[in-house]
Design a protein around this ligand. Structure first.
Ligand SMILES: C[S@@+](CC[C@H](N)C(=O)[O-])C[C@H]1O[C@@H](n2cnc3c(N)ncnc32)[C@H](O)[C@@H]1O
Length: 271
């Protein structure tokens, strides 16, 4: 990129965050439409991370409801914790560090369990799903989102292919790759094996937009998950991989900018 039109780091950071929010907006909307959360309900948010879904759930359950936001460590939820501390009125959200595989909540104590984009990172999917099923009351709902197949996710497919072209990607997989190792088919069949009923599948088209390809590359150079993927390569090959990524993204550029289509799947089931 010509240094004279390089985005400032703050602008690049904003672009990175905006495309992430854009890619999740339709997924989140569908998850909450399917979950049907109502006032006074109890919601368990698994792999809460930034806490977006816990905060939205808190709005839906209102002051008489409860949301338990969980993740493997409290550090993963530090942004959520800081946000909660800064609120003038307390929200009905409690935080707990617990992996889905180790959940020991009171059986049957939640109306809804949410898991946005985290089931693919579970180390023991059957065990985690058994715990989630046990945590739900009869008639409750588990609602999770996963990525669509890599072929429908060029935003991820292009960088992964750029790395694979130069070097095999082996276990432990970078998060970028792990995110595609438990798609809707795998999770749907694991749900049925765990005893969940009425497994629904909602395909949600998504997109990620940037003003231009160079600005996208500038922003993505700040992405920690993409840096982790590229660290699979020797340093001497990383710039070549970026050149491939830039070339791959150009297929999605038009006069109005760069728009990369994608797909996620929302799965819903009853215990
Ligand atoms: C891609 S982030 C998604 C965070 C959040 N759900 C969202 O949609 O913004 C994946 C999250 O899953 C968490 N995670 C990974 N393995 C987990 C496990 N075994 N049990 C619970 N959470 C886990 C990670 O710590 C991380 O916060």
């Amino acid at each position: 990129m010509n240094p004279s039109n390089a985005a400032s780091p703050a602008t690049a950071r904003q672009l990175l965050e905006a495309q992430y929010r854009e890619s999740l907006a339709a997924v989140t909307e569908r998850m909450f439409a399917v979950a049907g959360i109502g006032p006074g309900q109890r919601v368990l948010d698994i792999g809460s991370g930034s806490g977006d879904t816990a905060l939205i759930a808190a709005e839906w359950v209102g002051p008489t409801g409860r949301v338990l936001a969980t993740d493997v460590t409290l550090a993963a939820m530090q942004g959520l914790a800081a946000h909660l501390r800064a609120q003038p009125r307390s929200l009905p959200i409690a935080l707990e560090a617990v992996a889905a595989e180790s959940l020991t909540q009171m059986p049957g104590s939640f109306d809804v369990v949410l898991a946005r984009n985290c089931v693919m990172y579970f180390t023991d999917l059957p065990r985690a799903l058994a715990n989630i099923r046990a945590a739900l009351r009869t008639g409750g709902r588990f609602v999770a989102s996963v990525y669509g197949p890599l072929a429908h996710e060029p935003f991820h497919d292009i960088p992964i292919a750029a790395v694979r072209r130069r070097c095999p990607i082996t276990e432990p997989y970078p998060d970028y790759v792990q995110a595609f190792r438990a798609g809707a088919d795998v999770v749907g069949s694991a749900l049925r094996s765990a005893g969940f009923q009425s497994v629904e599948r909602h395909v949600v088209p998504t997109s990620r937009s940037f003003p231009s390809v160079p600005e996208a590359i500038e922003a993505l150079r700040l992405s920690r998950s993409l840096a982790q993927l590229l660290s699979v390569l020797p340093e001497s090959l990383r710039e070549d991989a970026w050149t491939d990524i830039e070339a791959g993204f150009r297929d999605y550029e038009s006069a109005s900018g760069l728009r990369i289509p994608g797909e996620q799947v929302v799965l819903a089931a009853t215990p």
